[in-house]
Design a protein around this ligand. Structure first.
Ligand code: NDP
Length: 268
């Protein structure tokens, strides 16, 4: 089976290593490659991939919206996210899906984090946050506050998810001094890649709150340090990465891989 991840840049993607481990454990012959593809070139790249026998792929930045636009059909998760991270061939045509949000919830399950009845604060309103909102709201939190540097983007996202039976409110980051303390704090900005954490007031998290950063590796460190200084338990998004990959692998092969071994720190 020929699979791939398309992105730009893509050389440092962990997806080929993760999918190789899944394939090995499942006893499946899978050739999963990383293919560099700049924005605007996905249609042509997918055509070439299909001609070589490619039957499924993952998409990463900057191709997630382009992939959704190219696919004739899409799952509810991809439409909710307005982006796709997984493409599979269905009836001879590409079908778009998004496993990021379900991957986050699977990691919450693994970590014993239950958003039900909680006040959840999400910092950031980009593509990743859009991808996790639907599955998060399905866990029945008491309410969700989205705070973003560009308040209008948080507001647009809150309005898009206003019909899910949970109160969702969009804020500017600078308004957070007025927000109630949250029980679950989700860091979803890309600031960690610049070695920074978002400027959040100390009052933002209840003393018993749990924090989760969608980032992992060095990009997790600034937020991890912010949490440490305030005595907050913080988890990184490496588990989400593994779980969203497992869900994509299932879409590709029909086999749901065991993720336990990959969560060990030395595994990747
Ligand atoms: P986007 O580029 O779509 O969004 C970036 C977000 O970060 C926006 O909310 C943006 O705010 C905010 N931001 C950027 N710079 C600043 C700044 N200087 N000050 C304040 N806020 C800032 O990225 P994604 O949503 O796709 O990804 C977000 C993070 O999540 C990335 O770091 C990515 O690596 C990680 N990720 C992890 C995954 C996993 O599996 N664990 C999966 C997907 C993503 P504004 O709207 O104002 O620009």
């Amino acid at each position: 089976m020929k699979l791939a991840v398309f992105g730009h840049p893509v050389a440092n993607s962990k997806s080929p290593a993760i999918h190789a481990r899944f394939a090995e454990a499942a006893g499946l012959a899978v050739d999963y490659r990383a293919i560099d593809c700049p924005a605007g070139a996905l249609a042509e790249a997918l055509q070439a991939f299909r001609a070589e026998g490619g039957s499924g792929c993952n998409l990463t930045l900057p191709l997630k919206a382009e992939g959704l636009a190219l696919a004739p059909t899409a799952s509810a998760a991809a439409r909710d996210a307005d982006a796709c991270n997984t493409l599979v061939i269905r009836g001879g045509r590409w079908h778009a899906d998004n496993t990021d949000g379900a991957g986050l919830i699977a990691d919450f399950d693994r970590l014993g984090i239950d958003p039900a009845g909680k006040h959840v604060l999400i910092v950031g309103a980009g593509g990743a946050v859009a991808g996790v909102l639907g599955p998060l709201l399905a866990q029945a939190p008491a309410r969700v506050t989205i705070a973003n540097r560009s308040a209008d983007r948080a507001d647009v996202l809150a309005r898009r998810f206003a019909d899910r039976g949970v109160h969702v409110h969009g804020w500017g980051l600078d308004a957070l001094t007025r927000a109630d303390p949250c029980d679950l704090l989700i860091q979803g900005t890309s600031l960690g890649h610049r070695g920074e954490a978002p400027a959040l007031p100390d009052s933002i998290a209840a003393p018993t709150a749990v924090a989760y950063d969608l980032n992992y590796g060095p990009a997790f460190e600034p937020f991890a340090a912010w949490c440490r200084e305030r005595g907050l338990r913080a988890h990184d998004g490496r588990g989400m990465l593994i779980e969203q990959a497992a869900l994509a692998f299932e879409r590709f092969t029909g086999t749901r891989p065991e993720t336990g071994p990959l969560h060990a720190r030395e595994a990747l």
